[in-house]
Design a protein. Structure first.
Length: 533
């Protein structure tokens, strides 16, 4: 009997209009503002870009100098990337002589005390965002919070899940208990996330682009990196040090594994994490000398603190918390968070990469996806960890079903299974862009030197071995590209109007009557619990 993936592909191929393969794509791109020496900018968020608190497309992440560009959600990733390109063009027209850093790993950073935490103004919500970041500085250090990435937001047409669940032979067994459309959709996205956990090591091999970092980034932490030059550390076969234990890591979160076997498990795990005290944080307290230093002393201050490679998401309403939104209305889309910034692409990600991600994620959505045991979860985590530190090592093996298999052999098998999914997407869209992207990834599996991480190291070695110098060189190239192709008058007018509107909105929030910040934080923390948690 054909497997679930084959049956589902057959069903979708019969859908002549391919309407069920719709859905939306959005990108969030993080990038540090730096000066012409490649040092972290010490200037405040440019007022010409609007309010970081209320602007829907241009904000800041952790540091005042860490910009985040957020695209609207579009049906075609090509349109999404065009929007992202336009945001960059406009930003460069308002940045003066500053540059946008081209790498995931940070530029040369000043002492911790000189890294300014993002400022969102004096409203209670603005202060909540700022104090949360004070807590991040306390818990993880400021350097780690200056790492940048590409977040890929992905959804499928809501009718797709209903069609798959209603047709004989195309309903996944785990969804039999799901009765409402909301539950079917949520459980389907959770199944997608489980497959992503199984196979996301492949993304790190194909797209990891951070095999080296500035020596000062580690702030004296113990490490097992090799020295490439006076100011640069690396691992010879690494693909993404950003996603290794040298990047996003933390003892408090080490025991936190939100279960992806059901939405209820996931929500419960995060609910406990934002409500259960963590002794080392409790010793610090929430205030020092009357000033707030963290929002809570719990494992997580808020849900967003959980450093996962992928998250189930739903657009939240004003004053609502992510857990509440998931509880009440279910999963709306997934957010892929493990993608490095591509230092060879001006906007940090290529269309070819986007086409592959679409095929990969649809494969994860359509393929059978059983529950994950604790033992399997540990295996998937280990496969991912091996790949980010040693992905290009000749003969590297990963563990699958209790046996070792070479990364190359498994990768080739996966690409063969993804190929009919890519063909389906090409049939819907016309052309061969998805199949072409698969072919480009196959070339990387055949030749590790074709991977972005290998190309970064080749560039470093050919130019003195300095990560900082390479990052600055690429940043200058990208700046020249955007400044040579400025936003149109109409595009700039659109962003200028949005900036003015966002500043007015922040001003109104700050002028409105409000209770004390202490009461605001208490009310916000009290709103985390779901009725069944």
């Amino acid at each position: 009997m054909p497997n679930l993936l084959t049956r589902r592909l057959a069903l979708l191929t019969e859908d002549a209009n391919h309407a069920l393969l719709g859905g939306l794509r959005g990108i969030e791109r993080e990038t540090l503002r730096v000066d012409h020496a490649g040092h972290l900018a010490s200037t405040p968020h440019p007022a010409a870009l609007g309010s970081a608190l209320t602007h829907p497309e241009i904000t800041t992440d952790y540091a005042e100098a860490l910009l985040e560009f957020i695209t609207p959600a579009e049906q075609d990733i090509a349109v999404t990337l065009d929007k992202l390109d336009t945001v960059h063009r406009h930003a460069y027209s308002r940045l003066g002589d500053e540059l946008l850093w081209s790498q995931s790993m940070p530029c040369q950073l000043p002492p911790e005390a000189e890294i300014a935490i993002a400022n969102y103004g004096s409203s209670n919500m603005g202060m909540l965002k700022h104090v949360y970041r004070r807590g991040l500085a306390l818990r993880y250090g400021k350097a780690m919070q200056c790492i940048a990435g590409i977040h890929y937001n992905y959804s499928l047409d809501e009718q797709l899940w209903q069609v798959l669940a209603s047709q004989p032979g195309t309903s996944a067994s785990a969804q039999h208990a799901a009765t409402t459309p909301k539950d079917v959709q949520s459980e389907s996205y959770l199944a997608t996330i489980r497959n992503f956990r199984r196979y996301s090591w492949l993304l790190m091999y194909l797209f990891g682009a951070s095999p080296a970092l500035s020596a000062g980034f580690l702030r004296g932490r113990a490490h097992k990196l090799d020295t490439l030059s006076d100011d640069t550390l690396f691992l010879p076969y690494a693909t993404s040090l950003r996603m290794s234990d040298l990047g996003y890591q933390n003892d408090a979160q080490s025991g936190l594994r939100p279960h992806e076997n059901s939405l209820e498990d996931y929500v419960n795990a995060l609910t406990h994490a934002v409500n259960d005290p963590y002794p080392p944080y409790a010793e610090l307290g929430t205030k020092k000398d009357g000033e707030w230093i963290q929002l809570s002393t719990n494992v997580l201050q808020i849900e967003n603190e959980y450093y996962s490679t992928i998250r189930p998401k739903r657009v939240i309403r004003t004053g609502e918390r992510p857990i509440q939104a998931l509880c009440l209305r279910g999963v709306q889309y997934i957010e892929v968070r493990c993608m490095d910034v591509d230092p060879f692409e001006p906007v940090g990600i290529s269309l070819e990469t986007g086409r592959f991600l679409d095929a990969f994620l649809l494969f994860c959505a359509l393929d059978d996806s059983g529950p994950i045991s604790a033992e399997q979860s540990a295996c998937y985590t280990n496969n991912f960890a091996r790949t980010v530190k040693e992905g290009r090592k000749p003969g590297l093996t990963l563990r699958r079903d209790g046996e070792e298999i070479t990364l190359q052999a498994w990768g080739e098998e996966l690409l063969a299974r993804i190929a009919p999914v890519a063909a389906l997407l090409d049939a819907r869209q016309g052309g061969t862009s998805h199949a072409d992207s698969l072919a480009a990834q196959a070339a990387k599996l055949a030749d590790p030197d074709a991977t972005p991480s290998a190309k970064v190291l080749a560039e470093l070695r050919a130019n003195g071995g300095s990560f900082a110098a390479f990052g600055l060189r690429q940043s200058e190239r990208h700046a020249a590209y955007f400044r040579a192709h400025p936003a149109t008058q109409e595009q700039s007018a659109y962003f200028d109007a949005m900036a003015a509107s966002s500043l007015a909105e922040q001003h109104a929030m700050e002028a409105a009557p409000a209770g004390s910040f202490d009461d605001f934080v208490a009310a916000y923390r009290a709103s985390t619990l779901c009725s069944h948690a």
